[in-house]
Design a protein around this ligand. Structure first.
Ligand SMILES: *Cc1c(COP(=O)(O)O)cnc(C)c1O
Length: 362
């Protein structure tokens, strides 16, 4: 049976590595997207066993799952602004820290908290370039007014989210400076900002001077970074050989018949396809001309070098042949002794994996 296998040992290796680099600065583990595909709850449990008990979520369900499973006192931060009353009510019931990134959101939270005779803990979101949630630095007067007028909000933190920390150092430094400027102005006005945080995984690894009072890490925990690190990818897809077939020279496999056997070939059929997340990449960020050129260049390199996809069958590296189907792929095992039922290991981005069980192993 197919499973996405997560190594506890490798996760613990990454957590230890990240804690060392954080030098005592609290790590807020981001468990959005159902724990980046690893399961919000089992991931949170493993993190808690390793001393990380602050979490960031983007869905009510993720917060519920934690609260229902023993995380009674853990700090949980909702990473997106919410102004829908029903959702807000639920989040306040769950004692989740809310994000406030606009006057309208602040008003919605303040109004509801007042009706509940409650004080809502919030983190202010500052937009330093991402252009999604948050007050822009020029809107500082509104932020100051918010402190004065909204009596049912308690600001316990302030943060921003960098849009180019994985690549553009100059821009990231400018964004950091803009963020620090906002924090300084609030403090100069005699206002409490609570904890200050801005780093995602890329910024955390590249710019230790930006760690501030906390860091928000997701991808780094999974060991999936777009640049070289000491972190290790923690999971893989596990399947088994379903059928074995010897096809004659000239026979093809898969849709489009893009591959034909150059010799008599033994094919192992494996029940994993793009539906399960195999052989699907994230789209590259093709926003600027230079990015399009880079993508084209890397595609060209792939063609010239005949980039192949490999999987492991019974511990041996084997080539995937033909187009990867929705639910199946074919592997050339002509030179690899193997039988039906033998273990197959496939590299899959956990964010895209679906339709299989997630299993944590030693
Ligand atoms: C997803 C997210 C993070 C974590 O990003 P990684 O790069 O996966 O570490 C941090 N902050 C915010 C606001 C996010 O949405």
């Amino acid at each position: 049976m197919n499973a996405y296998v997560v190594s506890r040992e490798l996760l613990e290796h990454n957590i230890a590595q990240l804690k060392k680099q954080a030098k005592g600065v609290p790590i807020w583990a981001v468990i959005k997207g159902d724990g980046y595909g690893l399961g919000a709850l089992p991931l949170a449990e493993l993190l808690a066993e390793n001393g990380i008990d602050r979490f960031c979520v983007t869905e009510v369900r993720e917060a519920e799952v934690l609260r229902e499973n023993g995380f009674r006192d853990a700090d949980i931060l909702m990473l997106r602004s919410v102004s829908d009353r029903e959702t807000l009510n639920r989040l306040l019931d769950l004692d989740v820290i809310l994000t406030v990134g606009s006057w309208e959101t602040a008003l919605a939270v303040d109004t509801l908290a007042k009706e509940r005779a409650d004080i809502a803990a919030v983190h202010l979101k500052i937009d330093t370039g991402m252009g999604r949630y948050g007050f822009r630095p020029e809107e500082i007067e509104r932020v100051i007014a918010l402190y004065r007028e909204m009596k049912h909000l308690a600001v316990s933190g302030i943060y921003t989210h960098f849009n180019c920390a994985f690549g553009d150092e100059k821009l990231t430094r400018q964004e950091f400076a803009a963020f620090q400027g906002v924090v300084a102005q609030l403090r100069a006005a005699g206002l409490e900002t609570g904890i200050v945080h801005c780093c995602n995984s890329s910024a955390f690894l590249k710019y230790p001077e930006m760690h501030c009072d906390g860091v928000r890490l997701g991808s780094a925990i999974l060991g999936r970074m777009p640049f070289r690190t000491k972190l290790r990818p923690v999971g893989y897809m596990e399947s088994a050989v379903e059928e074995l077939h010897v096809v004659p020279k000239g026979h093809s496999t898969g849709y489009g018949a893009i591959w034909t056997a150059r010799r008599e070939t033994r094919l192992a059929i494996v029940p994993v396809g793009w539906y399960h997340g195999f052989h699907v990449g994230c789209q590259p960020y093709m926003t600027r001309t230079i990015d399009c050129l880079r993508a084209a260049f890397s595609a060209l390199k792939g063609i010239v070098r005949k980039q192949q996809t490999y999987v492991e069958v019974g511990g041996k590296r084997c080539r995937v042949v033909g187009v990867v189907g929705m639910l199946h792929c074919a592997v050339d095992v002509t030179d690899v002794p193997c039988s039906v039922g033998d273990r197959v290991i496939l590299q899959v981005n956990p964010l895209h994996q679906k339709g299989v069980q997630v299993v944590y192993r030693k």
